[in-house]
Design a protein around this ligand. Structure first.
Ligand code: HEC
Length: 108
């Protein structure tokens, strides 16, 4: 029974185009142009979301730090280029939306 439920979850997730982790909050991702600079698995103009998840998965308080950074910006942790703050990416981001986005990134 449990296996059947798990299979269903897997199939449903795959058919939605998401193989693992949290579902993508697509509207927010579009509005904030995340994929303009990031990809899931290949470093591009910015570290990939998988690299970010890997780096912060076991770091205490990473969620809070990243939410703050997503909303207001902050110094670079990966290279010389900091990520622009929300206002310069597509508009101000609420604390709740930042939480959703960071949770999704860290689940990649
Ligand atoms: C204009 C390009 C750009 C856009 C758009 C962008 N990012 Fe970034 N992002 C970057 C760069 C560059 C870095 C690396 C910054 C650094 O070195 O800390 C980064 C880093 C990050 C980090 C890691 C921060 C850290 O301190 O390690 C997270 C999480 C992140 N981005 C999430 C997102 C999400 C979610 C979105 C959409 C809401 C987004 N980014 C949109 C360029 C972008």
């Amino acid at each position: 029974m449990i296996t059947r439920i798990r299979n269903c979850l897997l199939v449903c997730a795959l058919s939605a185009g998401v193989a693992y982790g949290e579902p993508e909050p697509s509207a927010l991702v579009d509005q904030q142009h995340c994929m303009f600079c990031h990809t899931h698995d290949a470093p591009f103009l910015a570290p990939s979301f998988q690299q970010i998840a890997e780096r912060y998965r076991n770091v205490p308080n990473a969620q809070t730090m990243l939410e703050h950074k997503l909303r207001l910006g902050g110094k670079a942790h990966w290279g010389d280029t900091p990520m622009p703050p929300a206002a310069e990416r597509g508009g101000p981001l609420s604390a709740e939306d930042a939480h959703t986005l960071v949770q999704w990134v860290l689940s990649q």
